[in-house]
Design a binder for this molecule. Structure first.
Ligand SMILES: [Zn+2]
Length: 264
């Protein structure tokens, strides 16, 4: 049965991809010497003139080379989001990392694989990216590169009036994001609430270093891609707002930091 073989192949391929991610995590040491930067920002980063990702983001310099992030933030955590589902009769509809689409041509159906990567340092930095290709591995690589170029620094704090502990375990104020018909509202939550939100969004928040959140979603939230974009939209709003010093103290607002996560 050709169809059954196809399903098996798909599962095997996904396992290989997962293994490769584990491998990559083992030797994340990025070879800086062999990197040939093409942009002026890239050259400054390689020469050591700029040694801080915070400086790059604060001055709104555009990151056009993903290697910049590799150099400036070596302790990145990378994860893939479930945006697809498997095909087939029996186990069909199960969650998959890759979203399969097909184009009909004269030679037959040409499959494409799309995937979402999310990365961050668990300490206020987060980026997401989408990659699509004829095969799974290049799709994942594209997504990871894209996510590195989209990295943002967000504010965390404790904006819950029930808690008021002034520690950065949640967000300082409510934010909203939308994409297509999907609207998502993230709200501060007291300590111990956990991530009360849809699973893929929870992954994103965890990688950003947020521990407690409450949320509301509106619209067709089964459209995972739109939900993910809306959630990232909302998180980005936490980076653009300027806060006054007294509020910053009252809500325990903390900016993203380069180092590893500190205990709260
Ligand atoms: Zn609190």
């Amino acid at each position: 049965m050709a169809e059954d073989n196809l399903i098996e192949d798909e599962i095997i391929e996904e396992d290989i991809v997962k293994e490769k991610i584990v491998e990559e995590k083992k030797h994340t040491a990025f070879d800086k010497e062999s990197w040939k930067p093409k942009t002026s920002l890239g050259m400054k980063v390689k020469s050591g003139e700029i040694d801080n990702l915070e400086y790059v983001l604060d001055n709104r310099l555009r990151i056009l080379e993903h290697e910049i992030v590799d150099v400036l933030m070596p302790n990145l955590v990378i994860d893939l989001l479930f945006v697809g589902q498997s095909k087939g009769k029996f186990g069909g509809g199960q969650k998959r990392v890759f979203r399969q689409t097909q184009k009909k041509t004269q030679e037959g159906n040409k499959p494409h694989f799309g995937t979402f990567a999310v990365l961050g340092n668990g300490n206020g930095y987060i980026g997401i990216g989408y990659g699509k290709s004829k095969e799974t591995v290049p799709a994942r690589e594209k997504a990871t590169r894209d996510a590195k170029q989209n990295i943002v620094k967000i504010l965390r704090g404790c904006g819950s009036w029930q808690c008021g502990c002034k520690k950065p375990h949640s967000i300082p104020f409510a934010v909203e994001g939308r994409k297509g018909s999907v609207r998502i509202r993230l709200m501060p939550a007291p300590r111990g609430t956990g991530l009360s939100i849809e699973g893929e969004c929870a992954k994103m928040l965890k990688i950003a270093g947020i521990k407690d959140i409450r949320s509301h979603t509106f619209g067709q939230t089964r459209t995972k891609v739109n939900l993910i974009y809306a959630c990232f939209e909302a998180l980005k709003k936490l980076s653009k707002i300027k806060v006054q010093e007294e509020d910053a103290e009252k809500l325990g607002i903390v900016e993203g930091a380069i180092g590893a996560q500190n205990e709260q």
